[in-house]
Design a protein around this ligand. Structure first.
Ligand SMILES: Cc1cc2nc3c(=O)[nH]c(=O)nc-3n(C[C@H](O)[C@H](O)[C@H](O)COP(=O)(O)OP(=O)(O)OC[C@H]3O[C@@H](n4cnc5c(N)ncnc54)[C@H](O)[C@@H]3O)c2cc1C
Length: 407
């Protein structure tokens, strides 16, 4: 793969840059220095930002036109992502919808579901969340216990989800439920699209260490879901969920993105800070910088190769798990090296170039990203079994009826 823009890509990049300048006044920017708005105003501003970008053709670039996208290439989508980062536009509010829920609806939804949901998702008229994890099932997702029971043309849902990012602002979610406990655990699951404003849905934000609430507990008490909102066949929920999980692993680190802090920003920081260190500390800093740069660049270029394979019609497979593992590991090495260079200044946000504490914030945020969508240990299991062909651990729970398995 050629890492420089082709003439077409360079022209596309110039067009994207011009569009971002044209619409700058309508977009939220990370360092706009505006008064901190309350959460509701912030949410509306982020929804507006995504809507403006979507109307300018800059959201869902690689999605098919029939689904509201631009039928562009993944390289074009990567260019848009780079230009959004350059223009300091924050992560799009509907990032879970765009990265995970939307591709799942595209792959498994009916034409009516496509029509009803996808264009609104792209414009952030509806924000989406992913309702998979439960208090007793995270890594062992297929052990989930939220039930959906069929009554004619409806299903009635009862149970609890947890760690649901964005549920407090979401309009819809993709919801994985157990519909048949007499079958082995992976075979008794069914996926639905759920209206987060439906009677019986209760969302409780979880307060994090830093004071913010990014994720939630969600309770379902006799929530009625029409059968027309079932995503895939009854009992096929695991297959549908795998589409979501593989897209999540590509979206998180597997696409070769830098997860917030690039190796170039680390190099700029090092150019300023390393000469100020003692000779002994310079040696240690250079080692940390070398390790971080090698890991980050290897991840970036491997991610480009994966994008190339996907853009030629491939699907994200188990290698997406390796990508997510390498991506989060590299990003953590970059953040650690930056914090090490900054010392106390990292905590007080006194770094160069208008540093607002981002090195320390990223260092604190990345361990969570290494858990979300598959922990490092679980990803290593997948790589061992599905990429290297090592024998799996013996498990009775894969074949026995779910209700008969010890828990
Ligand atoms: C920032 C963040 C955002 C999230 N957003 C969402 C969301 O939007 N929607 C959603 O549904 N969920 C979300 N999650 C939940 C996430 O998917 C789970 O946290 C994750 O799958 C791990 O599950 P768990 O927390 O129950 O940990 P557990 O599964 O209980 O794991 C505990 C420890 O045991 C290890 N372990 C477990 N099984 C094995 C094994 N077989 N072999 C070796 N080690 C093992 C794990 O690696 C881990 O270290 C989010 C989590 C985070 C941190």
């Amino acid at each position: 793969m050629d890492f420089d823009d082709t003439p077409d890509e360079a022209a596309f990049r110039a067009r994207v840059r011009a569009l971002l300048e044209e619409h700058a006044a309508e977009l939220v920017h990370l360092d706009a220095g505006e008064e901190a708005a309350d959460a509701g105003e912030q949410e509306q501003a982020l929804r507006r930002t995504q809507r403006v970008l979507a109307d300018a053709g800059l959201v869902g670039v690689s999605w098919a036109r029939e689904h509201g996208g631009q039928s562009g290439t993944l390289a074009q989508q990567a260019i848009v992502n780079q230009e959004l980062a350059r223009a300091r536009v924050p992560t799009l509010i509907n990032h879970i919808g765009l990265g995970m829920c939307g591709p799942t609806v595209v792959a498994h939804g009916t034409p009516e579901q496509h029509e009803r949901y996808l264009a609104r998702l792209l414009r952030a008229e509806d924000v989406w969340c992913q309702l998979f994890s439960e208090p007793g099932s995270g890594s062992d997702l297929a052990a989930l216990r939220t039930t959906a029971v069929r009554h004619g043309d409806e299903w009635v849902v009862n149970g609890q989800k947890v760690w649901t990012t964005l549920a407090h602002v979401a309009d819809h979610g993709i919801l994985l439920t157990r519909t048949d406990a007499d079958r082995p655990k992976h075979a008794g699951l069914t996926m639905f699209i759920v209206d987060m404003h439906a009677p019986g849905v209760t969302v409780r934000p979880l307060k994090q260490l830093g004071g913010q609430s990014d994720f939630n507990e969600v309770f379902f008490d006799d929530v009625h879901v029409p059968d027309s909102d079932r995503l895939g066949e009854p009992g096929e929920g695991w297959r549908v969920a795998l589409t979501t999980l593989l897209n999540e692993r590509v979206a998180v680190g597997g696409g070769g993105n830098d997860l917030g802090l690039s190796v170039e920003s680390l190099a700029a920081l090092a150019a300023e800070r390393v000469p100020q260190l003692s000779a002994e500390r310079q040696v240690l800093a250079r080692q940390a910088l070398g390790r971080a740069a090698v890991a980050a660049l290897a991840n970036r270029y491997t991610g480009y190769r994966r994008y190339t394979a996907i853009s030629k019609g491939g699907l994200p497979g188990p290698e997406a798990s390796a990508g997510k593992l390498a991506g989060t590991t590299a990003a953590k090495l970059v953040a650690d090296a930056g914090v090490r260079l900054l010392g106390d200044d990292a905590v007080y946000g006194r770094g160069p170039d208008g540093d607002d504490g981002r090195w320390q914030r990223n260092q604190a945020w990345l361990p969570g990203i290494a858990i979300a969508g598959g922990t490092n240990e679980v990803l290593r299991n997948i790589i061992g079994e599905r990429v290297l062909g090592l024998p799996p651990e013996p498990r009775e729970d894969k074949t026995a009826p779910f209700d008969g398995v010890r828990r």
